[in-house]
Design a protein around this ligand. Sequence first.
Ligand SMILES: *Cc1c(COP(=O)(O)O)cnc(C)c1O
Length: 220
Amino acid sequence: MSIANNIHKIKSSLTPQVTLIAVTKTHPINKLQEVYDAGHKIFGENKVQELVDKYAVLPKDIEWHLIGHLQSNKVKYIAPFVSLIHSVDSLKLLQEIDKQAEKNNRIINCLLQIYIAKEETKFGLSFEEAEQLIHCKELEVLKNIKINGFMGMATNTKNNEQISNEFKSLKAFYDQFSNFSTFNFQLSNLSMGMSSDYQLAIEQGSTLIRVGSSIFGQRS
Ligand SMILES: *Cc1c(COP(=O)(O)O)cnc(C)c1O
């Protein structure tokens, strides 16, 4: 199957509530151009340098999402153009995003990354830490960010019930904030699901799926 076929097949299976992010990490520009030529313009990268390099050479109407871990000292490189940062996991990072967004005269949309997997290696906030961040005084002064959702990654396992339960726990947490909003906090995005588990994630209420290998094949 070609990249264009894979994209069309996945998109035609989605309801309008769910948005596909084509995860383009490690793939060369010509493959990204194929995605673009197939009419898809929402791309996700997990490394700042790769995101910046690809942004520079591809058409400017692409919406770029950062989905991987972000260090504060690198925010400045993506602040001029990034559409959504999925991986915010501290107040310090949020403060830096706010500062760089202000310099660029824009508001940057952010998701809080929440830790739902039973694995040591995944980044993210616990539910308790996320709740503290959402209600902390320091957040109230950040005028150039908007928290509009959460992101979570399930455990890398073949146990579908476990994966579904992990996604369900994040959806339940998300629903707790459905009636809570401030000028810089209002939820509308739940980023859950990758190639191996996006169908399970959608069943549990995902609105943003991050899909790489089902579009491009396995990364080498
Ligand atoms: C690589 C990556 C994906 C996509 O993974 P696939 O299994 O190739 O679909 C999704 N989310 C994050 C955070 C990633 O780093």
